[in-house]
Write a protein that binds this ligand. Sequence first.
Ligand SMILES: Cc1cc2nc3c(=O)[nH]c(=O)nc-3n(C[C@H](O)[C@H](O)[C@H](O)COP(=O)(O)OP(=O)(O)OC[C@H]3O[C@@H](n4cnc5c(N)ncnc54)[C@H](O)[C@@H]3O)c2cc1C
Ligand code: FES
Length: 294
Amino acid sequence: MDNSIDRAADRFAERLGVIDKHTLYRPFNCTLRSVRDLTPSEKMFRLAKLEGGPFGHRPGQFMQVSVLGIGEAPISVSSSPTRGDYLELGVRAAGTLTSALHRLKPGDEIGLRGPFGTHFPTDEMKGRDLLLISGGCGLAPMRALIQYVEDRRGDFRKVTILYGAKSPDDVLYKDELRGWRNSKIFECQVTVDRVPGGTCWDANVGMITKLIPPLQIRPDDTTAVIVGPPIMYKFVIEELCAKGLNAGNIVVSLERHMKCGVGKCGHCTIDHLYCCIDGPVFRLDQVANLKGAI
Ligand SMILES: Cc1cc2nc3c(=O)[nH]c(=O)nc-3n(C[C@H](O)[C@H](O)[C@H](O)COP(=O)(O)OP(=O)(O)OC[C@H]3O[C@@H](n4cnc5c(N)ncnc54)[C@H](O)[C@@H]3O)c2cc1C
Ligand code: FES
């Protein structure tokens, strides 16, 4: 293994204040408290530590989630630490591990490592307008940030939430979105690409990018956060730049295939950066010029 990779893992352990580096690799057991269907292919899992206590995460971080005998995959935390000593994960059944998760029942055990990765810069976002833009499964990590902002609403100025999904059936966290749309503390708009015949839908139709031009944005006082499928970033960033936002005021969360999650295996590199420890949350000016980042 390349020495620089070893050093990256050491730096990461230091940054987390981990004394015994092996705890980064050893899963701890959690109980599955409840499971809720979000869409036909996505479920939400609420977990608690066997011995109780907080998970110590910040919005934007991820966990390495394992099911005994099956494997492990990185999943973003979908709940804010301000909500209590539990952790929620919004998971799409995409392959081996996530399908095994979908078969679990309340009371079953799940292994977790983490929390890992960088988080949304909530301290730097204080006193600013926030524009929180997510698409598809990107609402899972964004929900952790929205809950955090809701619980510390006085710390932030105007908060606008934009969310896009393929169709009404694909919309995640429908009840909460309804609450945010009706809430006086957020401006929230939802859109879907298409509405199949016979489906009830009371929000926008069209790409998420169409929601940006009509917004009143104070570019120097706004932090925009984007989480979504890869195709979304380029077009959303173009619209934000047209509104006068510069790359220093745009935050993105990027997804790469990961194995170790701690800067050791090199699976998740973006140029010279490791998505697992330098990200997944980056300021756009950190990655805008890196090949293949956006
Ligand atoms: C930081 C981060 C946060 C994430 N958060 C979430 C989340 O909140 N919710 C969620 O549902 N998902 C999330 N994901 C995605 C999730 O980790 C992946 O979908 C993961 O592959 C699922 O594991 P699996 O074993 O179920 O699927 P796999 O069996 O790994 O298969 C999933 C898909 O990936 C393909 N694939 C597998 N390995 C590779 C590879 N090396 N190169 C290219 N393609 C490959 C497979 O062909 C298949 O189409 C996140 C990923 C990252 C990196
Ligand atoms: S270095 Fe192993 S997942 Fe990032």
